[in-house]
Design a binder for this molecule. Sequence first.
Ligand SMILES: [Fe+2]
Length: 200
Amino acid sequence: MHVRDARYLETDTRLTPSFRRLDETTAEQWKEIAAEAALNQHRVGDNVLRMLRSLASLTEGFPVNQLVHSLQTAARAESAGADDELLVAALCHDIGNLIEPSNHAMIAAEILRPFVRKEVYWVIRVHQEFQGRYYFHHFNLDRNISDRYKGHPSYELARRFSGEWDQMAFDPDYETPPLEYYEPLVRKIFSRRNPFTGGG
Ligand SMILES: [Fe+2]
């Protein structure tokens, strides 16, 4: 049974939406929608920070929880001189684990995609295969599966991301910065563009 529940009918009273179907919309209405989306861009950073905080609830047998792992990955990237995009990507690379570990790399990469350059997107997208070098053999999987990317222009960066930052970041004794330290950078990167692309 379908219920008309007021919770799902909240609208912004500053606007006067007068359509109930997209094929009734006008250019003027889309202009208003785009302007609203731009005003709300700051919510993206807030939401990403909320997701990162939630990673603290995932430990799953590892020596540190997933938030600590993410912070350590970012801290190692920062010590190595990573730029802002790479640094935020390091912080967010496992955010997809909140949904599903088996495709977490793709989830994280797609969240980052509108905000980072192609190279950074790709490194996050394939990072699990590069991480496999350090543990896939325990599952009788091919630990060298990332060799198939040899020759890719970002192969060396992906090797470095995994080998020197990601796979190293499970150390309970590592001096880990708090999430607050990276908050301004997260807000800066995720407020860069209006991701509004239209459609519902
Ligand atoms: Fe990781």
